[in-house]
Structure formats: structure tokens, C-alpha cells
Design a binder for this molecule. Sequence first.
Ligand SMILES: Cc1cc2nc3c(=O)[nH]c(=O)nc-3n(C[C@H](O)[C@H](O)[C@H](O)COP(=O)(O)O)c2cc1C
Length: 306
Amino acid sequence: MWKDWLRPFVRALPQWSPVAIPSPQQVVAASLRSDDGKSRDVTAAHTVASLKPLTIATGFDAGQRAVLEYRDNATGTLLGVLRLVRTDSVVTGGTPVAFYRIAAGEHHCLGWPRRSWNAWLQNRAMRRSPHPSLMDFDAVQQLMIAYLCPRPVVLVSVAAPGHSNIFPMDLIGPLEQGGLFSLALRSTNVSVPVMRTVRQVALSGMPATMKAIVYKLAEHHRQPLHDWAALPFPARPSQTFGIPAVAAALRVRELTIVDSREIGSHVFFLCRVVSEQDLAEGPQLHHTAGFHQAFRRRQGMPLADA
Ligand SMILES: Cc1cc2nc3c(=O)[nH]c(=O)nc-3n(C[C@H](O)[C@H](O)[C@H](O)COP(=O)(O)O)c2cc1C
């Protein structure tokens, strides 16, 4: 029993917790405050555009400097804050998209000194890991703050003559209500050139029960899929494009890619939603920050583990 008591002091919290919640998530609200003090709900209108440099994209231009605040929806508790500096802004099909670098960030999910101690333990684990991290320590902590809004996990299907693939993504999201949707994909992903050419993808919202299969498909970020029939689940053609999607998906969205740009380590795809089919009810696999789940556990309201 003394080991349970000691654990938080010797072992880092996981950076990410896989959780099972309905989509769109209603657990945490995000608001973007501009220089002039105006605030706007961006819960369903901001996303991560690149990991290095860590970049946030929003469907709302809040000016040169802005503050992104994450609050618990039920209690209003401020969970975390990211301070942003705008680097670029574009207009795509009449919709403004602004890109922000993160100047600083803090979270309130752990009290002091556990917050600093946990970050130190997490940094030490990264230093010792045989897989070097793409990001520096501060950026990883800031990314975890961005994951206070639990991010849904989908499988992205790509189908073109001579190239098929299906791989998991969570750096995705709507950027506005009108149907602009983005994907941030590492430029090393084997399907990037094909996606830039065919400009069509299908996204399958994955039930939390399929977590193990979803994680296994991460290998397809590096290698294409040779045979749809070899997948460990049935696929069925998407509504308009006929791209194989997951038959057991909760929802299938089809996207047309309208723009793609390189932002450091990632290619940022801006897309329009062409169709959206709700197929089943049930909790979807999401990722949130480990310190967020620890906070909720302490409050006696943990999200269901996936
Ligand atoms: C659930 C899940 C979600 C992922 N989401 C993304 C994503 O949104 N964008 C991305 O580029 N990679 C994503 N990945 C891929 C991995 O982070 C990683 O890039 C991939 O496994 C290849 O790693 P490597 O290039 O370091 O070998 C995801 C992987 C998993 C398991």
C-alpha cells in the first residue's frame, strides 16, 4: 500500500491517456482571447497544425497575440492556458485560418510542487527513451496542454491507383462550423504525395473498443497497405468517393483536400467536408493529457479509460 502512496513521487504520469467518450467531446471548452479582450469559443475550431515548431491553427483570427484557455465544462475550472503569437493567416474559400506559435503555457491539473516534479520525471523518461523525440521538452508539455481538449482518434483511408493506405490520426479537427476540417500529417508519412494528388480521404471515427487495432495500424504511417482484405476488420466503401472505410466506424466523414502546406515537421491539409454519416452510437477513442486524467481521478470523475 505504501507503494501506491509513493508512486506519484517516483513515476511520471503518462503523457497521453486513451479515453472512451462520445464525440464531439463535451468535457472541456476552449476559448481564444484576443488582445482587445474579446473571447470566442474555439472548442470545435482549433487544432494542432504541426509539432515542430508546435503550431496551433484556428478558424478565427484573434490578432497578433492571443490566449487559449481550457476550462472544465461542468465546473468552469481553468485547467490550462497557452499564450500564442500569430505567425501567419490565410483565407481559404472565404474562411480565415490563423496559425499561432506557442510562446508559453501552463496547466493547473497538478498542484505545486508536483507539477514541476512530474514534468521533470517526464523529461527524464524522454531523455532515456531509445526513440528520440521530435519535439523539445517545453513543446511536449505545451502539446499536453493542447490535449486538455480530448482529441478524437480516426483512421484515415487513402485510395488511388497503385496506392492504398489506412492509418490513425488525432491531429485533426474542424476549424469552423461551415465545414473546414484539417489534418496535420508528418511529412515522412508514405501517403502524403498521393494525398496531395488525389485530394480525397475518408475518416472513420473509431470505437474505443478497437484501440489495439488502431494502434497497430500506426505502422502504415511508414508503409502503404497492400491489400484491403488483409485488414483485421471489414471495410466498406465511403458514400461519395467509394474509399474503403471501417464498417464498424461510429461515423465516416469524406474530405476533399483544398490546400496543403508544409509547416516544419508536418504537412497541414485544409479540407472541406463532403459527407458525414453517423453509423453507430458509442464511445469513441480519444487522447487526453495524462495530467488531465489524473486531475479528474482526484476529483472523483475520471473519464472512462479506453
Ligand atoms: C492513435 C494514433 C494517432 C496518431 N496521429 C497522428 C497524426 O495525427 N499525425 C501524424 O503525423 N502521425 C500520427 N500518428 C503517428 C505516430 O505518431 C508516428 O508518427 C508514426 O507511428 C510513425 O512514427 P515514426 O515516423 O517516428 O516512425 C498517430 C499514431 C497513433 C497510434
